[in-house]
Design a protein around this ligand. Structure first.
Ligand SMILES: [Zn+2]
Length: 376
């Protein structure tokens, strides 16, 4: 009898133990999943060149190896500092990837930021040194055009590049005319990130060669803010030594990671700014309703709109970039065209609209106007 009860007890405990283990296992498998769901930002890190394409050649090292090491260091730093950020690499080892495919990886993953990492080169023995960061645009100087030409000539190693890039000849300056007529929708955020990168390079003691524009094929097809960083000059022997060194690669990655921190903070503030505005608007609502009769005139009243796009050129009405949205209007700021959709003095109403619009324009945010002027 006793033995029977004891063994029943033992079985009961065993079954409880199995259940606990199962719960434990489930929790174990669930945890990473729950963690993954909280990631609200995706960054794609693109180590330039790879495989049969060495990139610029130094006397000791090739560009592709430096790019890869800095890219991996950068990804590691971002992952350490931002559990909410998903890091995706276009390559994590020494392999060849076509330029269009690099942009496609970012597009397929609906990335929020694309960072392409490269090393610059001039004639061997040239004393030029320092870092520069590019956003997509028409090169204004021959120097910038040469950088784009060198980087774009990677396509010559791709099969059927003539068809894939619609006859684009990376070595002919005439090919680059397409960048004059191209719309760059994310120019404002791209320049913002590029400036942060240059600031952080300067703080780390790098020579700051500034934010520049040129026609890079790898940036052309990306549909998010994107930059191409030239870490330094492999053609300069002391720079090559720095670029090859573990300490140099860590310094460069740390600078870009610091720039990412600053950029991400602005991104988060903008998101939470909308939520904060919503809370204060609904708190004020009751009071506002009482005095509505006194506010019949529009003068001095704040009007909200949703900014959906920024472009460095004016867009035609009905442009495909508006994704079928009608009655899109724009305002100009710092030489850029900023396109807005919707208009209301009721913040709740504009919030409702913003939630809808955000499905089509991920970066959309609310802007306020008073007497026709943009206000903070
Ligand atoms: Zn390169």
């Amino acid at each position: 009898m006793w033995a029977g009860i004891e063994s029943q007890k033992a079985m009961l405990f065993a079954s409880i133990k199995i259940k606990l283990c199962l719960i434990g296992l489930l929790a174990f498998f669930w945890m990473p999943e729950t963690g993954a769901q909280t990631k609200d930002f995706t960054v794609v890190i693109d180590a330039g060149h790879g495989g049969k394409d060495p990139g610029a050649r130094g006397s000791q090292a090739n560009e592709k190896a430096i790019n890869l090491q800095v890219a991996l260091n950068l990804g590691r730093l971002i992952e350490e500092n931002h559990p909410e950020v998903k890091v995706i690499y276009t390559r994590k080892d020494d392999r060849f990837i076509e330029l269009n495919e690099r942009a496609d990886i970012a597009n397929r993953n609906k990335a929020d930021l694309f960072i392409s990492i490269h090393v610059n080169s001039l004639k061997r023995g040239s004393g030029v040194r320092g870092a520069e960061t590019y956003t997509l645009g028409l090169a204004k100087t021959d120097e910038n055009l040469q950088v784009a030409m060198r980087e774009n000539s990677a396509i010559l190693l791709e099969d059927n590049y003539e068809q894939k890039y619609e006859g684009f000849d990376p070595n002919s300056s005439e090919s680059y005319i397409i960048f004059e007529f191209m719309q760059n929708m994310h120019v404002e955020q791209s320049i913002h990130f590029a400036s942060e990168v240059q600031k952080c390079f300067a703080s780390a003691g790098r020579v700051d060669r500034g934010v520049r524009q040129a026609g890079f094929l790898v940036l052309r097809k990306t549909s998010m803010p994107s930059v191409l960083i030239e870490l330094g000059f492999i053609s300069n022997s002391s720079e090559e030594k720095f670029l090859r060194s573990k300490a140099g690669q860590e310094t460069l990655a740390k600078s870009i990671s610091n720039a990412f921190d600053r950029y991400k903070r602005t991104f988060d503030n903008r998101q939470s700014g909308v939520a904060h505005q919503a809370a204060s608007a609904s708190a004020k609502k009751g009071k506002a309703e009482k005095t509505q009769s006194e506010q019949l005139s529009n003068a001095g009243q704040v009007v909200y709109k949703i900014q959906i796009l920024t472009s460095d050129k004016k867009l035609q009405s009905g442009s495909r970039y508006f994704k079928g949205y009608k009655n899109v209007s724009f305002f100009q700021e710092k030489g850029l065209y900023k396109y807005t959709y919707g208009e209301s003095s009721d913040f709740d109403e504009i919030m409702k609209l913003w939630r809808k619009v955000r499905r089509d324009f991920k970066d959309a945010f609310i802007v306020s106007f008073k007497d026709g002027k943009r206000v903070k």
